[in-house]
Write a protein that binds this ligand. Structure first.
Ligand SMILES: N[C@@H](CCC(=O)N[C@@H](CS)C(=O)NCC(=O)O)C(=O)O
Ligand SMILES: [Fe+2]
Length: 351
C-alpha cells in the first residue's frame, strides 16, 4: 500500500493519502482547503485516482478541502451520518467499509471531541486514523461541538485501546512535532487516558484545560457543515457589506440575491427549457447552461462579482468553481437554487 502523511503548518493538521499500488485507487483523509493544490498535484504525480475524501469530523480550526476536491475531480466525500454534515456524498456509521482497490478502511464511531467523530482502521489493523479523538499523548478537547468527556473516555477505551498494541496511531493534529504513535504506547503513556487513568480522573483533567478558542472556529464550523463551502446567511450578507471572499467560492441566500441583483452579474446555469419552465428565473439573469459556462465565460468581465443559479444549488456550485478556476475573483452560488427562491416567495420571471 502507498502511504503519505501530509502536514498543514498553519493549523498543525495532518492529511493522509492512502492508495492501492496496483489499481491506483486512493483515498485522502482530512484534506485542508489551503493545501488542495499541493494534494492534487501529488495525486496526479503518483498517477492515482482519488475515489474518496474522508472526514474524521467537522473541524473547528480549519476548512476542509472536500468540496473543492469534489468539484475538481468528482471525488465523493465520506462524512459521519452523525454530526450534522449533510453535505457529504456518503454518510457512514460504525462498521462501514470504505474501499480503495484491495484495501479498505473500517469506520469506528469515536464521539467525544465532537458528537460525530470517526476513526478509520486499516483492514489489516496496522494503522488507525484517529482524527482528534486520540492525539499523541493527548486527545481532542471536549468543550465545544457537543463535546463530552465521558463519551470520549469510552470511545478511546472501547474503540481504540481495544486494537492490537502494534497498531500505529495517526492523529488529526500534532502541536509538538510528533508524527505517529501506537495503541500500546498510548494505552501506557497517554497522560490523560492511559496508564490506568479512570473516567473520573479524565473528566477532571478535561474540565481544567482552559484552552483558547480556535482562531477560525466561527468560519470553519459552518463551512465544514457544508463540506468546506462558506454559506453566508442573509443577515451577515447585508446589502451594504459584501459576502464575497476574493478567490474563494461562497454560497449566498436567495434573499441576498434578491436584494443585491442590481450590483452583481447573475448567471443561470440550467438548461434552456428549465430557464423558461415553471420555477421561473431571476430578473436579469443570463442563461449559460453548465456545460457551456467555460466557453461563454470568455466574453464576461472577470473583475465583476458573479452569482450562479440553478434548480437546487448543485450545478451552480459546480459552475462557481469553474469560474473561479477561470480567474473570476468574486464568485458565489445561490444556495438552494430556484427551488429555494420559490419557497421564499421571491419575485420571478416566467415564460
Ligand atoms: N490554537 C489552535 C487551537 C487548536 C485546537 O483547539 N485544536 C483542537 C482540535 S480541533 C484540540 O482539541 N486541541 C487539543 C489540544 O490543544 O490539546 C487554533 O487556533 O486553531
Ligand atoms: Fe477537531
Amino acid at each position: 500500500m502507498l502511504f503519505r502523511q501530509l502536514y498543514d503548518a498553519e493549523t498543525s493538521t495532518y492529511t493522509y493519502l492512502l492508495a492501492d499500488e496496483d489499481t491506483r485507487e486512493a483515498v485522502l483523509i482530512d484534506p485542508v482547503k489551503e493545501q488542495v493544490d499541493r494534494d492534487l498535484q501529488l495525486v496526479a504525480e503518483l498517477g492515482l485516482e482519488l475515489v474518496h475524501t474522508l472526514e474524521t469530523h467537522v473541524h473547528a480550526d480549519h476548512i476542509t478541502g472536500a468540496s473543492e476536491i469534489r468539484q475538481r475531480l468528482g471525488t465523493r466525500s465520506v462524512v459521519a451520518a452523525e454530526g450534522g454534515a449533510g453535505c457529504g456524498d456518503v454518510h457512514v456509521v460504525d462498521g462501514d467499509r470504505v474501499s480503495f482497490g484491495r484495501h479498505a478502511l473500517l469506520v469506528r464511531t469515536t464521539p467525544g471531541h465532537t458528537s460525530g467523530c470517526l476513526s478509520f482502521v486499516l483492514d489489516d489493523e496496522s494503522m488507525v486514523f484517529t482524527g482528534d479523538a486520540l492525539l499523541i499523548r493527548g486527545c481532542g478537547r471536549t468543550d465545544f461541538q457537543q463535546g463530552d468527556s465521558h463519551a470520549l473516555y469510552r470511545s478511546v477505551h472501547d474503540k481504540l485501546f481495544s486494537l492490537p498494541d502494534r497498531t500505529l496511531v495517526y492523529p488529526g493534529h500534532d502541536y509538538r512535532g510528533c508524527t505517529a504513535s501506537s495503541v500500546g504506547e498510548e494505552r501506557t503513556h497517554n497522560p490523560r487516558l492511559g496508564g490506568g487513568k479512570t473516567e473520573e480522573e479524565f473528566v477532571e483533567i478535561m474540565s481544567n484545560l482552559r484552552l483558547a478558542q480556535p482562531k477560525k472556529i466561527d468560519v470553519a464550523v459552518p463551512a465544514n457543515l457544508n463540506c468546506g463551502v462558506r454559506a453566508l446567511a442573509t443577515a451577515e450578507a447585508s446589502p451594504g457589506g459584501s459576502p464575497f471572499v476574493p478567490g474563494e467560492v461562497v454560497e449566498v441566500e436567495p434573499a441576498w440575491v434578491a436584494a443585491n441583483a442590481q450590483s452583481v452579474f447573475l448567471v443561470d446555469v440550467r438548461e434552456r427549457d428549465e430557464f423558461h419552465g415553471e420555477l421561473g428565473r431571476v430578473a436579469g439573469a443570463v442563461l449559460a447552461p453548465l456545460a457551456a459556462v467555460p466557453e461563454t465565460a470568455k466574453s464576461w468581465e472577470p473583475g465583476q462579482p458573479v452569482v450562479t443559479i440553478c434548480r437546487s444549488g448543485g450545478r451552480s456550485l459546480h459552475a462557481a468553481h469553474a469560474l473561479r478556476e477561470l480567474g473570476f475573483r468574486e464568485v458565489a452560488s445561490m444556495r438552494g437554487g430556484m427551488l429555494a427562491w420559490n419557497e421564499a416567495n421571491l419575485p420571478k420571471v416566467t415564460g
